[in-house]
Design a binder for this molecule. Structure first.
Ligand SMILES: [Zn+2]
Ligand SMILES: [Zn+2]
Length: 206
């Protein structure tokens, strides 16, 4: 029989087994699918990385429904590992899941806890922000404060504050003109542009 090429479209390598080249045949043996990718692209987003590794649905705490157990590698405590683009490569899978499906994790000392007590679970409905020390209790308490645009006295949204700072820094518009336009006191614009007010972004609702 003459040499044939791999039957996967676009693959020019020589056929080895079942009409596939060694690489596609190996993928078939390992994953049951010759087209299954074995490495996530370095440019993949967090959502793509989570989907790439995937999870298994398992009921551990019936009152909470399904746990989504991470299929990828785990650390010694049973938490899943994934990776992220950018300088910090490793990322705990449940933290990645929280960031992707719930929102940013606001403070480094704040941990993401499992309501289901199942470390490899990445079901966002089972993940809550928590504290692992008194320090992080304080951090959480600070985060619960309705600051910024959520403060009762706030007249400007975060977007407006950013806009005011950008426009003033770009020049060509006075603080008084901005004050008139946004309906606030001139002193308020002055404090905003000097970062004496609204220094930190609005806390997320947690
Ligand atoms: Zn091939
Ligand atoms: Zn769970």
């Amino acid at each position: 029989m003459p040499d044939a090429t791999c039957s996967i479209e676009g693959c020019e390598k020589r056929s080895f087994q079942r009409g596939w080249c060694p690489m596609h045949y190996t993928r078939y043996v390992r994953h049951g699918d010759p087209l299954k990718l074995t490495q996530v692209s370095p440019n993949a987003t967090l959502a793509e990385r989570l989907a790439f590794t995937g999870w298994t649905l398992i009921v551990r705490r019936p009152e909470l429904g399904f746990c989504w157990e991470w299929k990828g590698r785990r650390n010694a405590d049973g938490y899943g590992w994934t990776s992220q683009p950018g300088p910090v490569k490793n990322l705990l899978a449940h933290r990645a899941a929280y960031i992707e499906w719930v929102g940013p994790i606001p403070d480094g000392r704040v941990i993401v806890r499992h309501r289901c007590d199942n470390p490899p679970c990445i079901n966002p409905a089972h993940l809550v922000l928590g504290a692992d020390s008194d320090n992080s209790h304080d951090a959480l308490d600070r985060l619960r404060v309705a600051n910024g645009e959520r403060a009762g006295s706030a007249k400007l949204t975060d977007a407006q504050v950013a806009e005011i700072r950008t426009r003033y820094a770009a020049g060509g518009v006075s603080q008084r003109a901005l004050a008139a336009e946004y309906g606030v006191w001139h002193q308020h614009i002055s404090r905003l542009t000097r970062f004496q007010k609204r220094k930190t972004p609005t806390n997320p609702r947690i």
